[in-house]
Design a protein around this ligand. Structure first.
Ligand code: HEM
Length: 438
């Protein structure tokens, strides 16, 4: 009886157990989906305590967004007359329409948050640093690809914000447009490209829709492929450096006698292939890593579905340029910018310093430039690569965490403490009563 029960459990769970290392490597090399994984990985780079599997969590969220997004495309109509009502249909008329919409929204919010946490983890483990030890690796490149991924993820989420065409959407986009307009010289041109004219209307909606369902997802998909390929080229996650695993380059001549020329126009060359030999201990990625990835996919999907029942996606009144909600707020991940804009607007007698320019453009640009240049500036030793809170990185980790804490505090102030006319309220204080619309 016990044996039978065990057999049933094994059938229902994971049954793949390769008998030899060769069989395990073959399974990754021959299978189209598993080909994505390297044949071998170190136990440490699979461990939750190093990467917290955050990248895999992001990949799961992106997959959920792609599937739910494709379903939503059958039901959503990108026209200013029909967009709002197609969302209403999703909420109230189409079976499980609310579930698909809410799951899409929950996954989008989570993705922005987890991408940011992943960046923090990469910084604190010094995983963006270059070292000479692993031949062919150049980790700063993946940090830069990551920064591009962060920007595109935020843009993807922001463009989706407009699509319901309700008050929340319209005014959040208006705030973004005002920040763009405050840039000197190019401001008006950027705003024109963003909203397709001088007011937010059908031109804006169709632009943002096409960006949201086609251009940005394609860009993010290609960047993810590049990001994953770079991890392979870098010899695995940075923790392998801390474990003393080396990648040694070997150039091999494929066919000594044979040369390849281009129809006799150019002289022929003897082709060589570059192989990397890994020195150090590692385990087969199938089933060790594949099992973890699958489990993460299942758990994250279940968690996102559960959150869908807790957090309803908002839908306010239809968009109207005739009536401004007070306060009008940007999405939470841009609230720190909106807060900076308010805090850096200074009026001194006849002179006004534009907060839109200082807080909305200068400060985030400087932060981004610093982040991009950091792998080149950081001079901490190679021993700090792939190690959480290495002692040689104490100062820079502290400054980095301080900047993150300020951003989170500004988001909190913007989300909870800003009331009508952007006045500051303590969480327990009542907001002043605003006149109703009619
Ligand atoms: C759509 C967004 C992103 C996806 C899907 C993604 C995916 C991944 C995955 C799957 C890994 C393997 C390790 C892990 O699971 O954590 C990884 C590692 C890495 N990511 Fe990302 N990532 C994204 C955004 C970012 C961002 C914003 C940065 C930083 C600016 C970044 C920088 C890196 C670096 C440097 C590594 C190598 C880490 C190491 O060697 O320990 N990524 N990413």
């Amino acid at each position: 009886m016990r044996e039978r029960l065990k057999r049933i459990i094994r059938k229902l769970t994971w049954t793949y157990n390769p008998a030899t290392e060769r069989e395990a490597s073959d399974s990754t090399a021959r299978n189209f989906l598993l080909h994505w994984f390297p044949a071998k990985v170190t136990a440490k780079s699979m461990s939750f305590s190093y990467s917290m599997l955050l990248g895999t969590i992001i990949l799961t969220l992106f997959s959920i967004l792609t599937v739910t997004g494709l379903i939503l495309m059958f039901l959503y109509v990108p026209s200013v007359e029909r967009a709002y009502w197609s969302i209403k249909d999703l909420e109230f008329a189409i079976p499980y329409g609310w579930f698909i919409r809410d799951l899409h929204r929950v996954a989008a919010q989570l993705m922005v948050a987890v991408v940011f946490i992943h960046l923090v983890r990469v910084f604190l483990t010094g995983a963006y640093k270059h070292s000479e030890k692993i031949v062919g690796s150049y980790r700063p490149l993946n940090w830069w690809i990551g920064l591009a991924l962060l920007i595109v993820t935020m843009l993807l989420s922001y463009t989706g914000y407009l699509l319901p065409w309700d008050q929340l959407a319209l005014w959040a986009i208006t705030i973004g447009d005002h920040i763009a307009l405050s840039a000197p010289i190019v401001g008006a041109a950027i705003s024109k490209v963003l909203i397709g004219g001088t007011i937010i209307d059908q031109n804006t909606l169709i632009r943002w829709y096409v960006a949201h369902v086609f251009f940005l997802p394609v860009i993010i998909f290609l960047l993810i492929l590049w990001h994953m390929w770079r991890i392979r080229k870098d010899g695995g996650l940075a923790v392998v450096e801390a474990l003393g695993i080396e990648r040694i380059r070997e150039d091999k001549v494929v066919a000594k006698a044979k040369t390849y020329s281009l129809m006799g126009i150019v002289t022929g060359i003897t082709p060589t292939i570059t192989q990397y030999r890994v020195r150090g201990t590692a385990v087969s990625s199938s089933p060790n890593l594949t099992r973890r990835v699958l489990l993460t996919f299942v758990l994250v999907t279940a968690a996102a579905m559960a959150l869908t029942f807790l957090f309803k996606a908002p839908l306010e009144e239809p968009a109207s340029l005739m009536w401004t909600p007070n306060p009008a707020k940007a999405p939470w991940y841009f609230l720190w910018l909106q807060e900076l804009v308010a805090d850096t607007t200074i009026r001194l007698k006849g002179l006004t310093i534009s907060g839109g320019f200082v807080g909305g453009i200068i400060i985030p640009t400087v932060l981004l430039l610093f982040a991009a240049a950091w792998p080149l500036i950081d001079r901490t030793p190679d021993q700090a690569i792939g190690v959480w809170f290495h002692k040689s990185r104490r100062l820079q980790n502290a400054v980095f965490l301080l900047v993150c804490a300020v951003i989170i505090a500004l988001i909190y102030v913007g989300a909870v403490m800003r009331g009508p006319y952007w006045h500051l309220y303590m969480p327990w204080q009542q907001w002043i009563k605003m006149p109703t619309r009619f």
